[in-house]
Design a protein around this ligand. Structure first.
Ligand SMILES: Nc1ncnc2c1ncn2[C@@H]1O[C@H](COP(=O)(O)OP(=O)(O)OP(=O)(O)O)[C@@H](O)[C@H]1O
Length: 252
């Protein structure tokens, strides 16, 4: 469970002349229960990335608090980072080892787990992203979609309660998008909480339990997809042609 209570985040150097600043997240309150598939939508610059980075302490609120499983993020960063796994916008920035298996093992190794447990987590995480047996593949030989899936596996190997993906479809072609969507759908069905941050809802609206739309750092929409649809165009986000087709839209 992630509880966001009155969170405001500012960047002080926002003004082009060095004055003023930017309020990236403006008094946001949000409760994200376990098991939910949440889409955080909004135009570029609406505050999506900053907001989700407060969930595991990568961004620190100037006001308000974020609590994960009952503990304030600021009080236990390790617990927050274990509970909230993040996959960043460009998975190339996230892959740290030269082979798939070593990359997925990196996080669990840092937890100091026993070898057998690490091996088990790596195998399970690769199975969850449909990459069983690919441990020895070199990262640089992977396609964009495969890299994304390895990044997701790396996050899953930490056994997070919530998996956050920031613009997971950027730069992916249609088959790669589809394979990532398929994996997210399967993970959610198996009980993983998924939070997808995006300005492009074509792939994920049909998977979502709930859509939170941000505008200028504030929550402008917070509703199930069917109810959110009418308001989304006002947020300058891309919506699917056949809105609630369980992610099956392919209008690209
Ligand atoms: N490190 C930073 N320093 C100064 N301003 C920043 C910084 N990061 C973000 N901002 C500003 O904060 C606001 C919100 O940015 P944020 O990246 O959270 O939005 P976003 O909705 O995720 O956008 P995008 O989809 O482009 O990543 C924007 O005005 C942005 O320019």
């Amino acid at each position: 469970m992630i509880d966001v209570d009155g969170v405001t985040c500012r960047y002080e150097s926002g003004g082009s002349d060095g004055s003023g600043g930017v309020t990236a997240v403006d008094d946001v309150s949000l409760a994200i229960p376990d098991g939910e598939f949440l889409v955080v939508a909004g135009a570029n610059g609406s505050g999506k990335t900053t907001l989700v980075r407060t969930f595991n302490g990568l961004a620190t609120p100037d006001a308000g608090t974020v609590t994960v499983n009952g503990t304030p993020v600021a009080a236990d960063l390790v617990a927050a980072r274990t509970a909230v796994g993040m996959v960043f916008q460009d998975p190339r920035d996230q892959l740290v080892a030269s082979t798939v298996g070593a990359d997925v093992a990196f996080g669990p190794e840092n937890l100091g787990l026993a070898h057998a447990e690490i091996d088990r987590r790596v195998a399970d995480a690769l199975a969850a992203v449909n990459m069983t047996g690919r441990e020895d593949d070199r990262v640089e030989t992977l396609s964009g979609g495969e890299r994304e899936r390895v990044a997701i596996a790396g996050a899953l190997a930490m056994h997070p309660d919530h998996l956050v993906l920031d613009e997971p479809f950027t730069g992916l072609d249609e088959p790669a998008r589809r394979s990532v969507v398929d994996r997210l759908r399967a993970l959610h069905r198996e009980g993983t909480s998924v939070i997808v941050v995006t300005h492009d809802l074509r792939d994920v609206l049909g998977l979502a339990d709930r859509v939170v739309g941000l505008s200028n750092g504030r929550v402008a929409v917070d509703a199930p997809p069917a109810d959110a649809l009418a308001e989304l165009p006002g947020l300058d986000v891309r919506v699917p042609a056949s809105p609630l087709a369980d992610g099956a839209d392919a209008d690209s």
